[in-house]
Design a binder for this molecule. Structure first.
Ligand SMILES: Cc1cc2nc3c(=O)[nH]c(=O)nc-3n(C[C@H](O)[C@H](O)[C@H](O)COP(=O)(O)OP(=O)(O)OC[C@H]3O[C@@H](n4cnc5c(N)ncnc54)[C@H](O)[C@@H]3O)c2cc1C
Length: 277
């Protein structure tokens, strides 16, 4: 399967400039449940770290400033009547993924780490990100949500033991995610994008690219051909979503005894985007 291209190129092709802080990541260290570490790398950025929220240089702020400059009306915290033509981007309505964590300041060195271990993040993963004195540690769970806070405590302890890091002024972060193949992705005249429609990667809960892709698609069709939206999202997003569902089905059947073997395969290739397991 061809890997995804660089997301910044995709945004540029849609006329969207990256007016927000973004930090390319080409390598990360992934731990198995036994604490063995597997370096995973890529020749091009595997991902970009961004900050979320309304503050300057955050992803959300950068995109909303561009939208406002393009004369888009954004209505926050209102239920838009479905007879108004527009885009519904209200996010998740609850879901099948829960993420809990801390953001913090630190004097520890930069590093990008993840761990797959059902005791720390059942059927998901936990991660520690440190860049330029800013850190995030989180557990992303796909089951056993009632134990999310215990999982977070265990994840912090795991990274303290295997990486070692300091955590100053920690603030809690958290949220729920929703993936579900939409029936229509539409509510009356409103075209639903991102998690409001159920678009999110079923394997690991990555939804930012899905919301950008569905948003660009909906925006292009809104004025002229809104009825084409259902057909277009199915052809442009449906294939990746189905692959994600199959990957999630397979991942659910793995467990702590199998994660290490998968990671060995992933770490053996020079570019993890081309791995086939
Ligand atoms: C802790 C955490 C970590 C994550 N990490 C990643 C990651 O590393 N990579 C990745 O790709 N994805 C990640 N995700 C998932 C990603 O954040 C979402 O899939 C993505 O933000 C969905 O975008 P969205 O615009 O659909 O919804 P959101 O980003 O949730 O935005 C929806 C906005 O609409 C607002 N809203 C809700 N209801 C209304 C209403 N009635 N009227 C007006 N406004 C309303 C909400 O307040 C919110 O600000 C993470 C999620 C969480 C919770």
């Amino acid at each position: 399967m061809a890997p995804f291209g660089d997301v910044l190129d995709e945004l540029a092709a849609a006329g969207i400039s990256a007016d927000f802080d973004h930090y390319p990541v080409r390598a990360l260290q992934v731990f198995d449940p036994a604490g063995r570490v597997y370096p995973c790398r890529s020749t091009v950025p595997l991902l970009y770290l961004v900050r979320r929220g309304a503050s300057a240089a955050c992803l959300d702020r950068g995109l909303s400033d561009l939208a406002i400059a393009a004369a888009v009306d954004i209505h926050y915290a209102v239920e838009a009547p479905p007879c108004i033509r527009g885009i519904l981007a209200g996010g998740s309505r609850g879901g099948n993924i829960v993420a809990v964590g801390h953001v913090f300041e630190t004097d520890s060195p930069d590093g990008i780490y993840a761990v797959v271990n059902d005791n720390l993040a059942p059927k998901g993963y936990a991660y520690l990100l440190i860049v330029a004195g800013q850190g995030t540690v989180a557990s992303c769970l796909f089951s056993d949500f009632a134990n999310s806070h215990t999982c977070l405590e265990r994840s912090v302890a795991f990274f303290q033991m295997h990486v070692g890091f300091t955590m100053q002024t920690p603030r809690r972060l958290g949220g729920a995610g929703n993936y579900a193949f939409p029936v229509q992705a539409r509510a009356g005249e409103l075209l639903a994008v991102g998690e409001a429609a159920g678009f999110q990667d079923p394997l690991f809960g990555f939804g930012i690219r899905y919301v950008m892709r569905s948003g660009v698609l909906a925006a292009a069709l809104l004025a002229g051909e809104p009825d084409r939206y259902a057909q277009d999202w199915r052809s442009r997003l449906g294939g990746d979503f189905r692959v994600g569902v199959v990957n999630r089905y397979a991942y659910e059947r793995l467990g702590n005894l199998a994660y290490g073997g998968i990671l060995r395969t992933v770490a053996a290739v020079s570019d993890v985007r081309f791995v086939a397991v």
